[in-house]
Design a protein. Structure first.
Length: 475
């Protein structure tokens, strides 16, 4: 167990710059203050907008400075802790690091100090559900064994650093990691999962290569002992070629380990579909059934993949019954194809998490039929062609809202020059939801699947989903 005294040695009387006063950095600022550090918080918002949490910290000695990434002489502390949304190479950070400042983050410090074993998940799609499933299945297993606890966090849930003093070597931390967090990570988890890699966040990353390189950092160093990869995704499949640890692949398209595992990877395993079930096998291993697909309560092939990824990560740490019981009882993560209400014959589904065109395409295929689709928000510089081709051939009604409405409309017109799809544009989100409701008939579904981030109108996708729920419940 790590003690507070251990961290005090590192940070007492040190100057600590915290960039961004968001969810993960608020407890970090409080912790650093308690360790005796001289803490300065930098934020793009005015000090008056940071709320009562900062006002209380200011009384205890925390300073505030306006964040300006272009100001090269802004930072001068011994340590910089950046929020994930700030690029690590902006001029203010770059100059400070060249002068000897240590760049870190709440998650990097947690990886360095926790005694718990870490299972980390990243990917373009499915990482939140996979992380949640690992936490639920592992919690069942440890409860049955009567030893150890599970802490779930990272890019979802609550920050984990503030709980590090409560963790022991018997515990597990199950962590979702974004590419933003991974860009500067220097340590890998004990078990790493990459669900898939498709174009995403290209409004933040310089290009697709940088995005892929960030994701690959999850499996680039010690103490990694197992890597789980999607064999159906070309990018993740290639990552396995240079793996220095055993790889477990999963596939919903290829039947049998011999069709999934490269012939030279003798220590690898594979999860695959056969006869309505998920099976595991590998070179010189007898195939074993892990899970019946009919036991999975959440819809879509992508959720079968999520169960495969979670099961592969937990090989040897749980029993098959732990997986099955979770599958039978888990209703899904909020804001992911979540049925909010059925009213006057219309089903309202909240999939606010769908912040990319590929994610919307997955949801549409999982849902089936011809729902009224609400799309729009802030664009991430991602291609819409594949999604619009599907919309043109399967969907007849789309309501567009937010900053990207014109962009998506243009992409739809390019794919649908004859105007088969009825398009309604409503700048106001609430008006867009009500318009979609008005277009729906008895037996229809209204689906919120934005294909964009929420940052043009909301703080995050959760707030957008909650607003959708509020509006729907007033219809």
């Amino acid at each position: 167990m790590v003690s507070k005294e251990d961290l005090t040695i590192d940070f007492k009387n040190r100057n600590v710059d915290i960039l961004g006063f968001g969810v993960s950095n608020r407890p970090l600022a409080s912790m650093m203050l308690s360790l005796g550090a001289n803490v300065t918080v930098y934020d793009a918002q005015d000090e008056s907008s940071l709320g009562p949490d900062f006002a209380e910290l200011k009384k205890q000695g925390v300073r505030y400075e306006k964040w300006d990434p272009e100001r090269e002489d802004l930072l001068g502390g011994d340590y910089i802790f950046r929020t994930p949304g700030i690029r690590p190479d902006v001029p203010a950070i770059d100059r400070a690091c060249r002068k000897g400042t240590v760049l870190s983050s709440e998650m990097e410090l947690f990886f360095e100090k926790t005694p718990a074993k870490i299972i980390a998940v990243t990917g373009s799609d499915g990482k939140t559900t996979t992380t949640t499933l690992i936490g639920l299945i592992l919690s069942r297993a440890l409860q049955r064994k009567g030893k150890g606890r599970v802490f779930v966090g990272g890019n979802i849930g609550q920050p984990l650093l503030s709980q590090v003093f409560d963790m022991t070597e018997d515990d597990f931390a199950v962590v979702e990691l974004s590419s933003f967090q991974l860009m500067t990570m220097k340590r890998s988890p004990h078990i790493a999962v990459i669900t898939n890699i498709t174009p995403n966040h290209l409004n933040w990353h310089k290009d697709m290569n940088e995005y892929i390189d960030a994701k690959k950092r999850i499996c680039s160093s010690k103490p990694l002992s197992r890597l789980v990869l999607n064999a159906d995704n070309p990018v993740t499949y290639r990552i396995g070629e240079n793996a220095s640890v055993p790889v477990t692949y999963f596939s919903i398209t290829k039947q049998g380990p011999d069709r999934i595992i490269p012939s030279w990877q003798h220590a690898s395993r594979a999860l695959f579909l056969r006869d309505g079930a998920v099976w595991e096998g590998g070179p010189h291993l007898t195939c074993r059934k892990i899970l019946d697909i009919d036991d999975i309560q959440i819809p879509g092939k992508h959720n079968i993949e999520n169960y495969m990824a979670a099961s592969a990560a937990l090989e040897g740490l749980c029993e098959f019954e732990d997986i099955t019981e979770t599958a039978k009882s888990f209703p899904g993560v909020p804001h992911r194809l979540e049925t909010v209400r059925r009213h006057q014959g219309v089903r309202y589904v909240n999939s606010s998490i769908d912040s990319t065109p590929s994610r919307t395409l997955i949801s549409l295929k999982a849902l089936g039929g011809d729902p009224v689709v609400i799309m729009g928000g802030r664009d991430k510089h991602l291609p819409y062609e594949e999604l619009c081709a599907y919309l043109t051939s399967h969907i007849t009604r789309v309501v567009l809202t937010g900053e990207a409405a014109d962009l998506i409309e243009a992409a739809l017109h390019a794919s649908d020059p004859e105007g088969r799809v009825r398009i309604e544009k409503r700048p106001d989100f609430a008006e867009a939801v009500r318009t979609a409701s008005g277009l729906a008939q008895n037996g229809d579904t209204v689906l919120l699947s934005p294909s964009c981030t929420s940052f043009d109108a909301f703080h995050n996708f959760e707030e957008r989903g909650e607003r959708f729920r509020e509006i729907v419940n007033t219809i």
